[in-house]
Design a protein around this ligand. Sequence first.
Ligand code: P53
Length: 478
Amino acid sequence: MTIFPKDFLWGGATAANQVEGGYDEDGRGLANVDVVPHGEDRYKIVTGEQKNLSFQDGYYYPAKEAVDFYHHYKEDIKLFAEMGFKTYRMSIAWSRIFPNGDEKEPNEKGLQFYEDVFKELKKYDIEPLVTITHFDIPIHLIKEYGGWRNRKVVDFYEKLCRVLFNRFQGLVKYWLTFNEINMLFHAPFMGAGIVFEPDENKEQVLWNAAHHELVASALATKIAHEVDSDIQVGCMVAAGQYYPNTPHPRDVKAAQDDNRENYSLIDVQSRGEYPSYVLKKLERNSIDLPIQEGDMKLLKEHTVDFISFSYYSSRVSSGDPEELEKVEGNIFASLKNPYLDESEWGWQIDPLGFRITMNELYDRYKKPLFVVENGLGAVDKPDENGYVEDDYRIDYLKQHIATMKDAIELDGIEVMGYTTWGCIDLVSAGTGEMKKRYGFIYVDKDNNGGGTLERSKKKSFDWYKKVIKTNGEDLETI
Ligand code: P53
């Protein structure tokens, strides 16, 4: 008997734009994620503040080649299989299937690529866990329709889903509708293909996009279940509990508000209705949800089967204006927690916070959880054979898996599986760097596009293999 259930889905996670490359191959269309450069303008672009819908001279675009999974997938999947992966989380590049997004017919070569990948996974009994959109949308849907602010995009997404569920029936059982759906509030260009027009009401635009994604997600869930009742669909949130900076009730309230904002969209996906705190806030701010006839019924009737989330760090909130000036971090703002260590990128390391976050999610939704991202972004120093002694990564993962085990054993939480982020080194979503590595597999590629793309195993490779082999019983470093 082990603490982890015997069919627990151990594995690793990636996203199309961060690994595939091949951005213009086999009929693939251009997507928002392709035109996001590495460097200082990245932040303004991902937040929708700076319009950039094509390649510009003088910039480096890391997603164009990424780590070339497009041509290395057989080799990479073989390595995942060697570690004993039970599942592999990946995403579909929408613009491979519908290059512009609004075509009548899908691009067969794009579908064939994913069919080949899924069949390769099946060869090793690795169950695919597929994110339909991981920060991507065809550029044409942004230029022509304004991205997710426009209701028409719901129809294009629905069409994409129908094609995917039908074509891959029997090959894919687990689907996620939107990666980190709450990211649309923090990085609207990545989360919803939003570029703000001067002087428009940003909050209104964001809630238009949010409602459309929620309707699209419910539609996807409905269609998936119609196509095959075995399919399970999950929502996905960038989680990480907000703690109050002090026991001052003002800080406790601030933390509650931040947690609620974070969960506001998956509240709808999981419970089937907008929570009262959202409706009241929108009313106060004179924001209207673009609700059409039938939407509320659809949301109510097609809630998700499970809750998936990413967890890297907890966060700290304050209701004190002076403290708020010290808030750090680009995409997710947080005060420093004096009790925690942090990564080289300033992400605070909090294994117990992982268990706290899991409890919060399970108390709130009473649905099975699936941990689909967790890991440490760090600088690796390979030896001449590409071997990395990444004890820091093993240590981070070991501590987090240990508290997940407590959540199962001591709190009774139902956890379906665990996929570490960036099981093979990939491009960072936040910074566009290669230097910020998460993998068990090293890829020889640098921040400026140099390198052989050769793959090699890190120390953590054999460690994770042992973790999977013992179903999480033996976490000791080797
Ligand atoms: P990177 C910020 C905060 C929390 C999750 O992030 C985030 C981000 C985006 O930076 O996104 C998820 O690559 C996301 C992945 C991403 C991963 O976290 O900035 O789903 O695409 O790569 C790690 O270190």
